[in-house]
Design a protein around this ligand. Structure first.
Ligand SMILES: Nc1ncnc2c1ncn2[C@@H]1O[C@H](COP(=O)(O)OP(=O)(O)OP(=O)(O)O)[C@@H](O)[C@H]1O
Ligand SMILES: [Mg+2]
Length: 446
């Protein structure tokens, strides 16, 4: 099912409630923006086209009633749904008077949520406001959007999400397995969007030593630490006006997380060693292949930062989830690298395609891209079965006389995963869910 065209903004200071509403609405195929305070909510309202507001009433600082009044005044067409933990007639009545169209008292069932939301949206659409039909967007029908190749439902949804967020500055969190195109998506959001002429700065948080990350991101003033011989801006200052892409955000140490949270809350940065802060206006896109939700429940990632980053959530689908796209991707890479290596005539036989279709692709599109490149390099006039990497053939059904020992199968599987992640042992250990030491032992075993 494709996403509904409506965007729903959920406002609640209770993270569990925010998560629960998001999950339920996602299951109903709605796209959501999330805010944990009224200030954040107003920012999103200004930036994005919202079709329904769902808000809590009791929140610290500015409360939900104020938000409803604000929306009533500035966005009178947006229907409002109040979620209240205090089903007192008073607050509900006040909310209705100030312009809320409906309210739900906690606890409510998924069914109640569904019917209320659907009613409000049907009501809105009837009242004649123009809603852009994203699903009829022409670019969605094409097989490649900003380099994103695919025809599966998953890719159509992904491109739909990108087109919803590309022109606003809402913070985006991209989650997905390694090699699924997280960076590609981040670049698409920036370079297809309204701020494409402004800088795009990509920072791989995992590749920068922990003790340097803070000064690299936020800059430092002369004398801030030994070796700080001059004042120097960081990536945040460099990205001002455009987009900063924080890759592998799950690896950011806690002290950097605290600083990031402050940037997200205050929209200002201060250099390391300076008391002064300067306003910045940029879009933050963060990406990770860790489960930040789980990390936040274990305390290794700040929960408040997770929710600030996760205003819009984009999941890049694994290749095994969308096997339908393998052929198109394989052919795209064949054309691209075929001409690059001076072998534009190459084709993939049905038999080779069948091997590609059968494989599970733990390294996703990156693995497929590597495999195609390798086959082109190995091939003569044609790509033959002998050019197909050995580990891919392990996935083929084994003949009876080929039955192997558990150890052999284990070893073959380990080699397969290693090949898929370009021999990156840390990644391989993560995928196999064993530690690096065990992995090493298993590789060395005869
Ligand atoms: N849908 C797609 N269409 C075409 N190419 C893709 C697609 N998805 C990924 N790729 C290609 O696969 C490679 C890996 O993509 P990318 O670097 O964006 O993945 P990633 O999710 O950031 O991986 P990692 O977690 O390992 O950093 C790139 O060369 C990218 O161009
Ligand atoms: Mg990446």
């Amino acid at each position: 099912m494709t996403l509904q065209k409506e965007n729903i903004l959920i406002v609640d200071d209770n993270y569990d409630m925010l998560e629960l509403l998001h999950r339920n609405l996602k299951a109903l195929n709605f796209h959501t923006y999330k805010a944990s305070s009224v200030v954040e909510a107003i920012e999103i309202l200004k930036l994005s086209s919202i079709d329904l507001l769902i808000t809590d009433l009791q929140m610290p600082g500015i409360n939900g009633i104020e938000l409803i009044k604000y929306v009533q005044e500035h966005f009178p067409d947006i229907p409002k749904l109040v979620i209240t933990g205090y089903p007192s007639v008073d607050s509900a009545l006040a909310a209705v008077k100030s312009g809320a169209l409906d309210y739900l008292a906690k606890p409510f069932t998924n069914e109640e949520l569904k019917s209320t939301v659907q009613n409000l949206i049907a009501h809105k659409n009837k009242s004649g406001s123009v809603v852009e039909d994203v699903s009829s967007n022409k670019s969605l029908k094409t097989a490649a959007y900003a380099g994103i190749v695919g025809q599966s439902e998953e890719i159509i949804q992904l491109v739909d999400l990108i087109s919803r967020v590309k022109d606003n500055r809402a913070t985006v969190l991209i989650q997905g397995e390694s090699g699924t195109g997280k960076e590609l998506v981040a670049r698409a959001i920036h370079f297809e969007g309204a701020f494409k002429t402004k800088p795009f700065v990509a920072v791989n948080c995992g590749a920068i030593p922990e003790n340097l990350l803070e000064s690299v991101l936020f800059g430092y003033v002369k004398g801030a630490f030994t070796g700080a011989n001059e004042t120097r801006g960081g990536y945040f200052q460099a990205a001002n006006g455009g987009t900063i892409f924080l890759d592998e955000i799950g690896t950011a140490p806690l002290h950097v997380q605290v600083r990031l949270l402050r940037v997200l809350q205050e929209k200002e940065v201060s250099m390391v060693g300076s008391q002064k802060s300067e306003k910045i206006e940029l879009r933050i896109i963060a990406a990770t292949n860790n489960d930040l939700y789980e990390m936040s429940s274990k305390g290794t990632f700040r929960e408040d930062l997770y929710y600030r980053l996760n205003v819009v959530n984009i999941e890049t689908p694994s290749l095994r989830q969308r096997k339908k796209d393998i052929k198109l991707l394989a052919e795209t890479f064949l054309t691209k690298y075929g001409s690059e290596y001076g072998k534009p005539q190459l084709v993939l036989s049905d038999k080779i395609m069948a091997v590609l279709m059968r494989h599970n692709w733990p390294g996703n599109v990156r693995e497929l891209e590597n495999v195609i490149q390798r086959m082109i390099i190995m091939s003569g006039k044609e790509i033959e079965m002998k050019d197909v990497p050995e580990y891919l053939k392990y996935a083929m059904p084994v003949e009876r006389d080929e039955l192997k020992t558990l150890k052999d199968v284990e070893k073959a599987h380990i080699l397969k995963v290693l090949a898929a992640v370009d021999n990156n042992k840390t990644r391989a250990a993560e995928i196999l869910q064993i530690d690096r030491k065990t992995l090493r032992q298993k590789i060395e075993e005869k």
